[in-house]
Design a protein around this ligand. Structure first.
Ligand SMILES: [Zn+2]
Length: 380
């Protein structure tokens, strides 16, 4: 059996972390893509890539098959939230038991685990006939807007999805993530002099306040459904009945049906506005559907639990508030689990870290999950 080479892994991770790769830094993301393409285009592996936008790095698919259908899709992303120059200011370093640097845990370490595990299994000849693919997204941190269709298409062609975002907290994996909606509401009303003829005006601010009250009241913490009015702006001067106002709303949901609750409320509020003779424009929608556990996901989780118990590393699961690309695959009904990159924390901050001792166990767990899946699907 080929051993996991931690020193090689750390050298590769250092190389990747020291390349800035904000999604808007096309060249940086391309360098990350080139690393994976060069490293893993051996062994007869297949690399597909395309550009979803001229301003972004490539969408990369690395797999052991030319078949369009995959048994298992491993999801990763190449971009980080950090601006160009960050890696120069605080490059990869190991201090004590932790590694630091931009993107060290979100999620260059996870991408690398996926690639290493595929490599080890290939060398062990323990992969075929299982059809596996690692996808590398160039703009996850920007919400995957341009690549969503590609990710959904990939998901539809896959039986199972494992997202390689980092494990968190007490080495927990992620079984569910909230969905996200983003809306902009513009109120266009009638201006009037506040002293001379206020009765002729229709205040955009008064109407917006009414909407804020109704929308905020939809929040149900127990249900995991929240409406947050993130920003408001409006009005011209204290002595004018405001003719314009607008606000931006953030919606979080755990089930897709919950969107209806929001839409119904908007419809009622539009009727109210019509009666008041004011105009409202609502734009936006659900940008990431919620990732939730289906009966099929539960079966997949049981397989993972059995593997982890056999390794004496019992699995812990959690629900996360933030989204990942797993939201897209889960919403399409593809069994999806997340958080199988090595344990880390403080993502998106200067203190972002990776637990070095968690790297090998994460590789081992993923490797055994893949083997088990191969056994299940092909009776091997
Ligand atoms: Zn991430």
């Amino acid at each position: 059996m080929i051993k996991f080479e931690l020193e090689n892994y750390l050298a590769d991770l250092e190389y990747l972390v020291n390349i800035d790769s904000n999604a808007s830094d096309k060249q940086g993301v391309e360098k990350i893509a080139t690393f994976f393409k060069q490293k893993f285009s051996k062994n007869g592996w297949f690399i597909k890539e395309h550009y979803a936008s001229t301003s972004l790095g490539p969408c990369v698919e690395i797999s052991n098959t030319q078949d369009e259908q995959y048994d298992l899709l491993l999801m990763g992303h190449m971009d980080t939230v950090f601006e160009v120059g960050t890696a120069g200011k605080r490059p990869f370093r190991i201090s004590g038991k932790r590694a630091y640097g931009p993107g060290v845990t979100d999620m260059k370490s996870g991408d690398l685990i996926g690639a290493y595990v595929m490599d080890i299994l290939e060398n062990e000849q323990a992969l075929a006939p299982l059809k596996i693919c690692l996808d590398l997204n160039p703009e996850e941190e920007k919400g995957s807007k341009h690549v969503r269709q590609w990710l959904e298409n990939l998901s539809m062609r896959s039986k199972y999805v494992i997202v390689l975002e980092h494990a968190r907290g007490d080495n927990e994996h992620v079984q569910a993530r909230k969905g996200l909606g983003r809306y902009t509401l513009k109120f266009k009303c009638i201006a009037a002099h506040a002293g001379n003829n206020p009765e002729l005006g229709r205040s955009a601010i008064t109407e917006m306040a009414y909407w804020i009250g109704k929308l905020t009241a939809l929040t149900d913490f127990a249900e995991g459904f929240t409406v947050n009015i993130g920003t408001v702006a409006g009005g011209e001067a204290a002595n004018i009945v405001a003719s314009e106002a607008d606000m931006v709303v953030d919606l979080r949901l755990v089930r897709l049906e919950q969107e209806q609750k929001f839409n119904d409320c908007i419809s009622e509020l539009k009727e109210h506005a019509q009666k008041k003779e004011v105009k409202i424009e609502v734009s936006g929608g659900i940008t990431r559907p919620p990732m939730f556990v289906t009966a099929e996901t539960e079966i997949f989780m049981t397989l993972v639990n059995n593997v982890s118990e056999s390794l004496a590393m019992p699995c812990k699961w959690c629900k996360a508030g933030g989204g990942s690309d797993g939201n897209f695959s889960a919403a399409l009904g593809i069994p999806t689990i997340d958080g199988f990159g090595p344990l880390g924390g403080s993502a998106h901050t200067d203190n972002e870290y990776l637990e070095v001792e968690a790297i090998e166990p994460a590789a081992k767990l993923l490797l055994e999950i893949v083997k088990k899946l191969r056994q299940k699907l092909y009776n091997l």
